[in-house]
Design a protein. Structure first.
Length: 413
């Protein structure tokens, strides 16, 4: 399949059906709502002003663009609503390479030519983010085309297939019109999304978090470094920020809100659902450097009379994070912590086995005011995956997970 570079086509002569040159290519446009890759229009600069040449009216591309109709039949350009212009919107712009998990800048665009019903059709095949594209643009018009192509042939391409590209559009109205979303980005691991987001400018970060699913946005936000995390949440409107914060692990959400200005925190809390707001307010009352300030309120607690079957059913319906289910807890009728059962024991147990018979000894726990360095020592001493946190009456109030401790230790490096 023949390949053409965008920068070779820009400025190329355009001929009408009579074979007369009637203008030059000013832009190539994609209509994302119809086809994300197909070139829908050529914007041609003519003596009578800019005209739209639909790709369906292009007969061939050979040293120029050959149209199958007269220039007088082409509509004038009246804005570019709903069109994505390759030079304006792509060249020199930052894009997200979802395959390489990074942010890169576009130097050129590779277009594939297809012949359909005696018409030449161009499709965006890849973006060039390497030296080859930069050299082509730098030397175009300075070095004879044949010599330039010989030189470029010796330069290895650095291409990103178009299907691996996520566009960044900061204007909400244009995002809607151009149907720009971040479905590809959302499939990456939250830590990879966080790395990508940290490379972007503030407005671009906001654009990404406006379009990501709330759950994906929450997981990614938890991986972002605190300074950037705070900046992102402050840039979002209160409703959107609340939607994301509600999906975060409660302990991570509380840490984030605690770092925000009090007025901003109040605005976000007001937008949250009543139950989530109540839980968050309670967590915010605890000292940040204590066990209560680190704990997660999503965990599985069963009555002391529960069986292995009951535990499996609880697991099936649990909507919290997977990191908290490595241990399940038993409480009496007053909510007092009575035991801890590792998930590994549950897997091997008969369904009728009482959970009390599977508890591990000794039962290790922390009180809400236990200092975080003491919490870290408990994890190290007993090789814990989770640590239950109790109040002054030994009622279970939350759990601390190993990833919380990893985050704690990383913050002290």
């Amino acid at each position: 399949m023949p390949s053409l570079a965008l920068t070779e086509l820009l400025g190329a002569p355009v001929f009408d059906t009579a074979g007369s040159q009637c203008g030059r290519v000013r832009e190539l446009a994609v209509a994302p709502q119809e086809d994300r890759a197909r070139i829908a229009m050529f914007i041609v600069r003519t003596k009578a002003g800019d005209r739209l040449l639909p790709s369906a009216l292009v007969g061939s591309i050979d040293g120029g663009i050959y149209a199958t109709t007269a220039v007088s039949t082409w509509n004038p350009v009246n804005g570019a609503e709903g069109l994505f212009l390759l030079e304006r919107d792509l060249l020199d712009q930052q894009i997200i390479d979802v395959h390489g998990r990074k942010v890169v800048r576009v130097n050129d665009v590779d277009l594939n030519e297809e012949i359909s019903n005696s018409h030449s059709v161009l499709r965006v095949g890849a973006v060039d983010v390497g030296v080859r594209g930069a050299i082509r643009r730098l030397l175009k018009g300075v070095v004879p085309m044949l010599a330039l192509r010989t030189l470029l042939h010796k330069v290895p391409p650095r291409l990103i297939p178009w299907e691996f590209v996520d566009l960044i559009e900061t204007d909400p109205a244009r995002r809607v019109k151009l149907k720009i979303s971040h479905e590809r980005l959302a499939r990456l691991h939250p830590a990879d999304i966080a790395d990508i987001v940290e490379e972007l400018a503030p407005a671009e970060r906001e654009a990404v978090f406006q379009t990501l699913d709330e759950g994906v946005a929450a997981e990614a936000l938890e991986e972002v470094e605190p300074r950037v995390q705070k900046s992102i949440v402050e840039s979002l409107n209160s409703e959107r920020a609340a939607e994301i914060v509600e999906e975060m692990d409660p302990d991570a959400a509380a840490d984030l809100l605690a770092d925000l200005p009090e007025e901003r925190t109040s605005e976000i809390l007001q937008e949250m659902a009543p139950q989530e707001r109540k839980e968050m307010v309670e967590l915010l009352e605890f000292g940040e450097n204590t066990a209560a300030g680190r704990m997660n309120t999503d965990y599985i607690a069963l009555g002391v009379s529960a069986t292995a079957h009951d535990a499996v059913e609880a697991l099936r319906h649990f909507e919290g994070g997977v990191e908290t289910v490595s241990t399940m807890y038993l409480v009496d009728s007053h909510g007092t912590l009575a035991g801890a059962v590792p998930l590994a024991k549950l897997v091997l147990a008969n369904p009728a086995t009482p959970m009390l018979s599977l508890t591990q000894e000794p039962l290790i726990f922390a009180t809400g005011n236990t200092k975080e360095n003491q919490v870290a020592e408990l994890f190290d001493k007993y090789n814990l995956l989770t640590l239950p946190v109790v109040d002054e009456n030994r009622k279970l109030t939350g759990v601390i997970t190993s990833d919380d401790i990893i985050s704690l230790l990383r913050s002290k490096l």
